[in-house]
Design a protein around this ligand. Sequence first.
Ligand SMILES: NC(=O)c1ccc[n+]([C@@H]2O[C@H](COP(=O)([O-])OP(=O)(O)OC[C@H]3O[C@@H](n4cnc5c(N)ncnc54)[C@H](OP(=O)(O)O)[C@@H]3O)[C@@H](O)[C@H]2O)c1
Length: 309
Amino acid sequence: MTRLLITGVSGLLGINLAMEATREHEVIGVDRGKLKSAPFQVLRADILKMDEINSTLDATNPNWMVNCAALANLEKCEADPLQARNLNTDLPGELATLCAKRNIHFVHISTDSVFDGTREGAYTEEDEPSPPGVYSQTKLDGERVVEQANPQAIIARVNFYGWSLGARRSLAEFFVNNLSEGKNVNGFTDVIFCPMWVNHLSRLLIEMLKKNLHGLYHVVGAQPMSKYQFGVEVARTFGLRENLISPQSVERSGLTAKRSHNLWLSTHKLSTDLEHEIPRFSTGLDGFYTQFQQSYPQKIRGYQHLETF
Ligand SMILES: NC(=O)c1ccc[n+]([C@@H]2O[C@H](COP(=O)([O-])OP(=O)(O)OC[C@H]3O[C@@H](n4cnc5c(N)ncnc54)[C@H](OP(=O)(O)O)[C@@H]3O)[C@@H](O)[C@H]2O)c1
């Protein structure tokens, strides 16, 4: 049985990847004390200390490692660029080096926002990135150190939504939470992105590992849309009031970190190498809604220590 080690397993991607992978593989998650009684093994370690990571690798001997730990909040990255660099650049570089030495297939999770979004149409893996802020710059630097240290690694630029432990991490949760309470929210009409259901992303990452792919891939949804349109789609699927969402420009949002206007990424390379189409947006949103009906959000929240609620 293939053994998968996931760092940052308490995050939005980490927990959902672990839940997907545990159906077929042996999963070991590494966290810093948030999880209890999850349906996979959880080890506590400080991933910023390489001796702790080395002992974890000695003890577990994984075949694959996916690093889901990051400082992924754009505003926090602007406020603390040093921490952003530690987590988004230096840590992936160190992990990639260790994995290369130990022959562990490593996956580095990057971001769609390495592009400044000033061009029209879709960005491919060949296009030169031009990161607009601290988060995207440190993520791009992470890609480069990983590629240098471990050419066999997969570098996946992603954008995804799903249910998180804290119920507030993804844009879809933002719309569901607020619209369910009858609150008015804004939806950006001038930010185009390609959202993917986190379970689809998780399945694709596992498939890429099984196929032994390496190098840079765009692993995002196949359908570009505005954040406003995404909110409307979520509202319709959940039977919530879409007229509570006001169309607005991101330039009027008051957010401190600069956002790119066009994050339409081509998935042509991925679908070619996997020899099938990327899952449809509507299939992903239906899956997200089915999880809601089946109390999946409550289930994963039950894996946390009580004091972290
Ligand atoms: N969400 C998106 O749509 C999106 C878009 C583009 C790219 N990405 C990328 O996807 C990856 C996963 O993102 P996510 O949304 O799942 O992030 P997330 O929910 O914020 O999770 C981040 C994870 O990193 C861990 N972490 C943060 N600081 C740490 C530290 N100092 N020491 C140890 N662990 C630490 C967190 O642990 P705690 O729970 O203990 O804090 C958590 O497990 C990241 O690389 C992100 O850049 C995400």
